[in-house]
Design a protein around this ligand. Sequence first.
Ligand code: NAD
Length: 337
Amino acid sequence: MNQGHEILYLSKQDIIGLGGEQSAIYVESVSRALELHSKGDYVQPLKPYLRTAGSDGHIADRIIAMPAHVGGDVAMSGLKWVGSKHDNPARRNKERASALIILNDPESNYPVAIMEGSLISGMRTAAVTVIGARHLAREGFGTVSVIGCGVIAKMQIVSLLEQFSAVHMLHLFDLNAAAASHLAQEIRQQFPHVEVLAEETAEQAVRKAEVLVTATVASEPYIPFEWLAKGTFVSNISIMDLHKDVFIRADKVVVDDWEQSNREKKIINQLVLEGKFSREQLHAELGQILSGSRPGRETEDEIIVLNPMGMAVEDIASAASLYAKAASAGKGTRLWL
Ligand SMILES: NC(=O)c1ccc[n+]([C@@H]2O[C@H](COP(=O)([O-])OP(=O)(O)OC[C@H]3O[C@@H](n4cnc5c(N)ncnc54)[C@H](O)[C@@H]3O)[C@@H](O)[C@H]2O)c1
C-alpha cells in the first residue's frame, strides 16, 4: 500500500524514438478517436482557456486544459495542458507552443504516464488534416498550399507528403518571408520530388490550392471566398483566417465537434451569434464522415471547409498508443510518486 506508485515519463526524444515524428501512428489513433467520438464513446468537457492578459492579450497567448476519456478497446483518460505565447519564437527563441500530457488509468484513475505533449499535439493536428483530405479533398490531388510557415505548418506538410504520394507541388506563404523560404528549403531537402514555391502573397498561394492549410497566428480573417478555386478542400487549422462568407458560401462545412467549435468568439461562433450559421447548416462532424453516417466529398467542384478546433480525445488516443508502444518496448524513464 505504501510503496509508491510507478509512472512512465516519455521525453520528446523518447517519443521520436517510438516513431512519433511520423504520421502513421497519429493517423491510426486519431481515426479511432474520431470514430469513438461519432459513437459517443468518449467524455470531453469543454476546455477552459487561461488568459492572463484578459481580452487585450494576443489570441495565441493562453494555456488550455484539455481533459478527455476515450473508450473502446484501449480505454484511457488524461489531460493535455498546452501553453502558448505568440512571441515565443521571436522574443525567447522557443517554439510558440509547449505541452505536457498526463495519462490516467480509467480503472483506478491513477496517473500512469507523463509525457512531452507538443510533438503529439502538432502531429495529431496534422493527422486531422490527413483524415480530412482522405474524405473531403479531390481524389489524387497534387497541389497543396500552406499559409503560415511555423512548426505546425511543417508537421502538416510532412504528414500530407507521407500519406499522399500524388502531391508534387507545394505553395507556401508567410508574412515573414524568411520563415517561408526556410521551410521551403527544409521540405526540398526531405522530399526532393516535390516542387516548393514560396509565394509573395497569400492570395497567390490560396488561388493555386487543391488542398489549403491555414497555420498562422492570425487574429483577423484575410481569405475571402473568391480566392478559393472550385474543388478546394480547406483544412482551417488556425481557425481565424477565413472570412465569414467562406463559411456561408462553401458547399460543405465540417467541424470536429460542434460544441467545441461554437465558442470563444471564433468565426463560426460569431456567425451563430449574428444568426447567420447554425448546427443545421453544418454538413457534419468529421467522425460522422469516418463512420459513414454522413457523406464526404460528392462532386469534383465542391468547396469544402474543415474547421477543426482540436479535440482532447485526439491527444489522449495518440498518447495512449505511444505509451502502449513504450511500455511494451521498455522505453522511457520510470518514476515513483
Ligand atoms: N486546430 C488545432 O487543433 C490546432 C492545433 C495546434 C495548433 N493550431 C494552430 O496552429 C497555428 C500555428 O501554430 P505554430 O505553432 O506553427 O505557430 P508559429 O508561431 O510557429 O508559426 C506561425 C507562423 O504564421 C505566420 N503568420 C502569422 N500571421 C500570418 C498571416 N496573417 N499570414 C501569413 N502568415 C502569418 C508567422 O509569421 C509564423 O511564421 C496556431 O494558430 C495554433 O493555434 C491549431
